[in-house]
Write a protein of this length. Structure first.
Lengths: 1015, 464
């Protein structure tokens, strides 16, 4: 019986084997150098089974498949290779190393719910090159985005760790600041704050999309009036491979641009002599001084000799304070990720630690993040995804609003040293040492972030897609600032010793909860009509909870525990608290139609309601229409070898937005103060309300064109116009109203511009590859109308208008300089009728002229990529031009501040006596307080803020597979690179940084070595 | 199938909780429910009190209350104010115009919300009535101060532009009503509130007596001396001369209670601190030496108004006795906190009554003065004195009573063309009676944004 059974089973197996293995495919897989490649996965696309190559790169694939099926060769670190099965028995493959390495993994679930392909057919959706982003050794995610997409303008605002300004196609509101102009950040379908975005780890990001026009943004409704940045996280590997990747950057940060060259000892002493301030040694020990005050003293000769001796001893020193104060620091970044999965479940897990030291001691940032995503297939109907993140970020800085060690570069004299008392900081009341100056202020800010999200993507019946995402993102921000009692400001504040030393501590918890459900139905009929209909409901809730304390009398202890609570009066301990819970509900519909993939139509409508607004103003709408046309789909053009692709799009949209408006602006809203009147608590009105307040209406029109020639050269062009009418602004109102300002709909502003880009793959002949991408964006803005006036002054003091009808709204206004009067030594300005106006006269409004744009209208990039065999070179350049920025000029010294160092060349360029012609700096014997016109910028003291910088350089060597196999077979993929960011900047701007316009802040060059290993 | 149901269940659950948009703020209350209780209305009114400006110090600097010391050169803005520089007026005009109109806006805010307040008890009804009349008195008081500062006196022309009468909170560009119309409006507001009030339990709430006090002052200002006397006599009837004891007088500048107070603003902010340069060198200004001399020995007013100080001179080792200002300034020197800023007090009523009688040729004037002076320990007036001599005596005694409290400036402006003519020569100021600076300038933050606003004569108006 047993024998029969065995025979039967064997026969059955043979039969089964014959049934299922009736096809066999064999071959050899090699790398680009012809070397056999072991471990390559070979499978039929869409089938469950596969095999892999042996040590000689050979494989045998058995199974059942049909003609027309695709045979897929995959290997980590190599580009996928696919062949169509046409009945061949042998199929060899030569694989190419893939620069995109780990990013090639197929993301099966659609984690970003609003990411509907539909809108891309008519709207402007641009993708950030995440690979390049990761090549930049930069801690700050937002700054790294600079230059990644034309029209996305990122501007640095200060020292390391400060939040940059991010705008998509300029400001859409008269109201400055982030609240009314910041884009919306969406991570895997959930809304996150811009602070949370800053702390993300670029290595965890699979894709970033920038949505610019109305058709692309409309799905997000009114929140998206300023554009959207969509971020998609890395996901697991559904192919069942488990890979571990470790990437590590280590390097140094260098000092960066010097900007203003300061005086050496000889010139400084000479300047001091000319400034005739006896507090400065250059005059106090000069022959001039002795001859003036001791002319008849019999020991005059002796005194002069003594003075000379003192000055000679000072001349021994020539300290370069730029070198002393600005330091070379370190940068390191470690990233470990694990990716894997089985057919049903895949996961991605990563941890990252990065730290960068700033330019001055006490300034540094560090960050730790962890990220986990799990995707699970649910039968055949869809996927369930889960994501969790945790992050910790810390920023320390000694730069406060009133003190900045960086600025000491421009103050300390070359004859001073780190030891002893400082001439530049001595006063009648106290002497200061270098160490005193470095401990004036410290600020520490930490962000602790946790985030959870889940999403479901289902297709219960064919064509009907249901997507849902829900998530929570919590950021705990803690800040502590400390001004010790030993700081100059505290010592000279006049308060008693026991009340000196200021400490503030604040805790702020921001919770964002978002959920979004979308239904999409797509159907193709008649083989040429594609119809998509959809609808969505979303809900966002934000909770901000803040508590802060400010206390005095902490002395030199940087802790809130040292606050002196016995103080009464102005320096009594203060507490602050703020809690704001807001929610927004939106409901939208979307419809798309495509005919033969040649003509596309798109429509979307979204209504949003916000809890901030009173009931009657709560609902606001956003809608958009778009059309697309792809002429290259026509039979006549289909096979053109020259014009390989051409696509034209146009969109129009309208958004009504009350972004940044709170209830108090439209309805009487009251709040309790912490003060009392007698036995009564005080209830006060937050602001004067305006019952007639209407939402800002933003209308945008966009045309775009994409053309591809020879499959090699891609041209992109976008033209846009975005006009905001009923624009809101807090404008001054007659004082007799009891309030100084009122939020009003004041006018119309317009942004229009062009964004153009070229991407050319110039050489693609193995082993050479060379490609070039360049783009330029131009933004022009204009005040089209002001409803109540033709020029608007936002304060009674202002001689300079804030907005003028017909002029751009970011104009720097000032006076026209006519140089220095050689007789008086004072600056002279031109009046409206061409005559000269002396500096001590208060300027009138008609003497004010346009000096230039505050925001540079032109920005652009040049990206180069080259590869030769295992070497790869990437270079990014970023440039801006067309703007002006006022100079600080605080390093020009007058008689009163002769004890501080001055700009090189001042001695030559300053007016000292009657008849000095063609001078640049006015008489040092006047105090600027008497020169009212110097409160305004003028043609002489603004400079072009144009710059051209190398923002990234990466030279990578990929260790060939063959070497890895021989020497460390456990490593599947390895590369070594030199990576640098912000290497140099070319600018006509004479101070340290044309971007921030401050003496303190400039981006430091970072030079690193990167090692990337995949196991 | 089960799994599908499960998934749809999750989906439905997600949206069941999505949710109402009526989310209240922790510390923000919007109309119409924000001020629905008597308690909230009182709290809102309390804020109106705190926004009232306190011009005591600045107006005293402009008047002849003080004389400068060498230290004043160290404070440019104060020396400008002391020497009547136009720029100092512009700064002060902004502060006061803004402050009074902020208080008016607050009072309007209260008045507009009162109809929505729900009362449950009779006690609450009374309290609501008080709130309404207090808001009106406060508003009238602001109008009156503004009128006296920013407009010409009624004898210079009742048809001349007065101030902006703001009846509603909402944003408006309004023109100035005439001086006569303003006086009428103030009188109406005060008279209306007289019908409703109950005397407050605390001195820092306005009441019937404050309204009467203001009416007396208003009628005196408008030249209706009989009405002025009637109102002043009404207040004095309630309070009596006997409350003006030494203790009550000295307690006016302390945080103790004093029956002499009719109304005082409660404050937690520092007050009168601009007079002091530092605790070693002394004050920028001291009491006018003529005034110092005029106090007879034993005059309580002299004792309270002067705080003698050994002031170091400019040369090392050199010192001199300086008649530093007392009252609030003494409290600062002695590190006492100022809680009450006395606004209306019984002595003021006596002096108002005396002046009204005097101007009306009523012989009771001397009697009123002497009853008042006796309480202060000061020499009495001669029974036979009358006419301008009596008027001058009354105003001199008023100056002594209110030194440093800003009262003198209003009297100077009101009487500069008659009885107080020549005051400036005594302090070496040389301010002519018809000098344009007697009316404050309308701040540019008003006229730049209000097309209907007229500037006062002599002041510049910048055109946009």
């Amino acid at each position: 019986m047993k024998t029969y059974l065995t025979i039967f089973l064997s026969l059955f197996c043979l039969w089964a084997f014959a049934q299922s293995n009736d096809m066999v495919l064999t071959g050899t897989v090699t790398d680009q150098n012809g070397q056999p490649l072991p471990g390559v996965t070979v499978r039929i696309k869409g089938a469950l089974y596969g095999t892999s190559t042996d040590g000689n790169g050979r494989y045998t694939l058995r199974g059942y498949w049909e003609k027309g099926d695709v045979v897929l060769f995959t290997f980590i670190g190599m580009k996928d290779v696919a062949f169509k099965y046409e009945g061949q028995r042998v199929q060899d493959a030569a694989m190419q190393e893939d620069s995109r390495a780990l990013d090639e993994v197929v993301v099966r679930a659609r984690p970003n719910i609003n990411e509907i392909d539909l809108r891309a057919k008519t709207g402007v959706v641009q993708t950030v090159d995440v690979k390049r982003l990761n090549e930049k050794p930069m801690m700050d995610m937002s700054m790294a985005l600079q230059g990644s997409v034309p029209g996305l303008i990122v501007t640095n605002t200060g020292d390391l760790g400060s939040k940059p300004k991010i705008r998509v196609r300029g400001n859409s509101s008269f109201r400055e600041g982030d609240a009314a102009n910041e884009p919306l950040y969406v991570l895997d379908g959930k809304v996150i704050s811009s602070d949370a975005f800053m702390t993300l780890n670029p290595m965890d990001i699979a894709e970033i999309k920038v949505l610019k026009d109305a058709a692309a943004c409309a799905l997000y409704g009114i929140k998206a009036a300023n554009g959207v940045i969509e971020i998609t996280s890395q996901r697991g590997n559904p192919d069942g491979e488990t890979t571990v990747n470790y990437s590590f950057n280590m390097g140094i940060t260098t000092r960066g641009r010097r900007g203003v060259e300061m005086m050496d000892t000889d010139e400084k002493l000479e300047l001091e002599r000319l400034l005739q301030n006896a507090a400065a040694p250059g005059y106090r020990y000069s022959e001039d001084y002795y001859r003036r005050y001791y002319a008849n003293d019999p020991r005059l000769g002796e005194m002069i000799a003594y003075g000379k001796h003192i000055l000679d001893s000072l001349r021994q020193y020539n300290t370069d304070w730029f070198d002393e104060l600005i330091r070379i620091s370190t940068y390191h970044n470690h990233n470990l990720s694990l990716r894997g999965g089985t057919e049903g479940t895949s996961y991605y897990l990563s941890a990252n630690y990065a730290r960068q030291g700033g330019r001055v001691p006490g300034n540094d940032v560090q960050r730790f993040t962890a990220h986990l995503t799990i995707d699970r297939q649910l039968d055949k109907i869809g996927y369930l995804s889960l994501g969790a993140e945790a992050g910790y970020a810390e920023t320390n800085t000694p730069n406060g609003s009133s003190t900045s060690p960086t600025e000491l570069i421009y103050v300390l004299n070359p004859y001073e040293t780190k030891e002893g008392t400082l001439v530049s900081y001595s006063s009648s009341s106290a002497d200061y040492t270098y160490d005193d100056l470095l401990s004036q202020y410290s600020e520490r800010s930490t962000d602790k972030r946790g985030s959870l999200s889940g999403s479901l993507n289902l297709e219960p019946v064919e064509g009907l897609q249901i997507d849902a995402v829900g998530g929570i993102d919590v950021v705990l921000n803690e800040g502590q600032t400390f001004t010790p009692s030993t700081s100059i400001t505290e010592r000279t504040s006049g308060v008693p010793e026991e009340e000196r030393g200021i400490l503030t501590k604040a805790k702020n918890v921001t919770t964002n909860i978002s959920s979004n459900v979308r239904l999409t139905y797509s159907h193709t009929f008649g083989e040429k009509h594609d119809l998509t209909l959809g609808g969505n409901v979303d809900f966002y809730k934000t909770d901000v909870d803040n508590v802060s304390i400010t206390g005095y009398g902490v002395g030199t202890h940087n802790t809130a525990a040292a606050i002196n609570s016995s103080i009464t009066g102005n320096r009594k301990p203060q507490t602050g608290a703020y809690k704001e819970k807001t929610a927004q509900v939106g409901i939208g519909v979307v419809a798309g139609y495509s005919y033969r993939s040649t003509y596309d139509l798109f429509f979307t409508y979204k209504a949003d309601a916000s809890s901030i607004l009173p009931k009657d103003k709560r609902w606001n709408t956003a809608w958009a229409v778009g059309i697309g046309w792809t002429p290259t789909r026509y039979e006549a053009l289909k096979d053109s070898r020259v014009l390989t692709s051409l696509n034209l799009k146009a969109s129009y949209g309208n958004t009504a937005s009350l972004a940044g408006v709170s209830a108090g602006s439209t309805i009487g809203t009251f709040s309790y103060s912490t003060d009392y009147y007698g036995d009564q608590r005080l209830l006060y009105m937050l602001e004067l309300y305006n019952h007639e307040l209407k939402p800002e209406q933003t209308e945008s029109v966009d045309f775009s064109l994409t053309a591809e020639f020879f499959h090699r050269l891609t041209l992109d062009a976008n033209f846009y116009r975005r006009e905001t009418s009923q624009a809101l602004l807090d404008v001054p109102i007659p004082l007799s109203n009891g309030f100084t300002t009122l939020k009003r709909n004041i006018g119309v502003l317009r942004n229009d511009g062009v964004e153009a880009g070229v991407h050319a793959r110039l050489v693609e002949r193995e082993p050479w590859r060379f490609s070039l991408r360049t783009s330029i964006a131009y933004n022009r803005n204009k005040v089209v109308d002001l409803y109540y006036t033709d020029r608007l002054y936002t304060s009674g003091e202002a001689v300079v208008p804030d907005y003028i009808v017909g002029e751009p709204y970011d104009i720097v206004y000032g006076l026209k300089s006519l140089g220095i009067n050689p007789i008086t030594g004072l600056p002279v300005f031109e009046s409206s009728d061409g005559t000269e106006v002396e500096a001590n006269k208060t300027p009138t409004r008609d003497e004010i002229v346009v000096l230039g744009h505050g925001t540079p209208p032109y920005t652009g990039i040049i990206n180069l990529s080259a590869a030769y065999r295992a070497f790869e070179l990437d270079m990014d350049f970023y440039y801006v031009f067309g703007g002006v920025k006022a100079y600080d000029y605080s390093y020009v010294r007058y008689a009163d501040d002769a004890t501080r160092n001055a700009i090189k060349g001042q001695t030559e360029n300053m007016w000292f006596k009657r008849g000095d012609e063609g001078k640049k700096y006015y008489s040092p014997f006047y105090t600027s307080a008497n020169l009212a016109s110097l409160d305004y910028p003028n043609t002489e003291n603004v400079g072009k803020s144009n710059y051209f910088k190398m923002s990234m350089l990466s030279l990578r060597y990929r260790v060939p597979q063959r070497i890895l196999e021989e020497h460390c077979p456990f490593v599947r993929y390895a590369s070594l690179a030199f990576q640098a960011s912000n290497l140099f900047m070319i600018t006509p701007y004479k101070e340290s940084d044309p971007e921030t316009g401050s003496l303190a802040g400039t981006l430091q060059p970072v030079l690193t070595i990167n090692l990337n290993l995949t196991f | 199938m089960k799994r599908k149901q499960y998934i749809f269940g999750i989906l439905a659950g997600l949206y069941c909780c999505a949710c109402t948009l009526d989310i209240p703020y922790e510390n923000q209350f919007s109309d119409p429910d924000a001020v629905a209780t008597v308690e909230a209305a009182r709290e809102l009114l309390a804020n109106a009190y705190t926004t009232m400006p306190n011009p005591e110090f600045d107006l005293s600097v402009l008047a002849d209350d003080f004389e400068s010391t060498y230290l004043i050169s160290k404070n440019t803005s104060l020396s400008y104010l002391y020497s009547w520089q136009p720029s100092a007026f512009e700064t002060l005009a902004y502060t006061l115009w803004q402050g009074y109109y902020a208080a008016i806006a607050n009072a309007n805010m209260v008045l507009e919300r009162l109809p929505g307040v729900v009362c449950t008890t009779a006690e609450e009804e009374v309290e609501l009535g008080c709130i309404e009349s207090e808001a009106k008195v406060l508003k009238a008081w602001c109008y009156f101060d503004l009128l006296r500062l920013f407009a010409v006196t009624p004898d210079e022309g009742e048809e001349m532009p007065g101030i902006v009468l703001k009846d509603k909170l909402e944003m408006a560009e309004l023109s100035r009503s005439s001086v006569g119309a303003c006086i009428g409006a103030i009188r109406d507001l005060l008279s209306e509130s007289l019908l409703l009030v109950r005397e407050p339990d605390e001195v820092y709430w306005l009441g019937n007596l404050s309204a009467e006090y203001l009416l007396a002052e208003l009628e005196l200002y408008a030249g209706n001396y009989r009405d002025a006397a009637a109102h002043a006599a009404g207040v004095l009837e309630t309070k009596g001369y006997d409350v003006m004891t030494e203790d009550n007088y000295r307690n006016l500048w302390s945080d103790s209670e004093s029956e002499e107070r009719i109304f005082a603003l409660y404050t937690t902010q520092s007050f009168y601190s601009d007079l002091n340069y530092d605790w070693e060198k002394g004050d920028y200004l001291v009491v006018n030496p003529d005034l110092v001399e005029s106090f007879a020995p034993g005059d309580l007013r002299g004792e309270e108004s002067i705080y003698w100080f050994r002031m170091p001179g400019q040369v090392i080792g050199d010192t001199a006795d300086a008649a530093n200002f007392g009252k609030y300034n003494r409290m600062l020197w002695e590190q006492e906190e100022v809680r009450y800023i006395n606004k209306f007090r019984v002595a003021g009523v006596c002096l108002l009554l005396a002046e009204a009688y005097c101007r009306d040729n009523d012989s009771r004037a001397v009697d009123v003065m002497n009853r008042y002076l006796a309480q202060r320990g000061a020499p009495l007036l001669d029974e036979g004195v009358s006419g301008e001599a009596l008027l001058r005596a009354i105003l001199d005694e008023k100056h002594k009573e209110f030194v440093g409290e800003g009262v003198r400036y209003f009297d100077l402006k009101r009487c500069r063309k008659e009885v107080l003519n020549g005051w400036d020569k005594a302090v070496g100021r040389n301010i002519a009676n018809d000098d344009y600076r007697w009316t404050f300038p309308i701040p540019k933050e008003e006229y730049l944004y209000n097309n209907y606003m007229e500037q006062n004569e002599g002041w510049t108006k910048i055109e946009l």
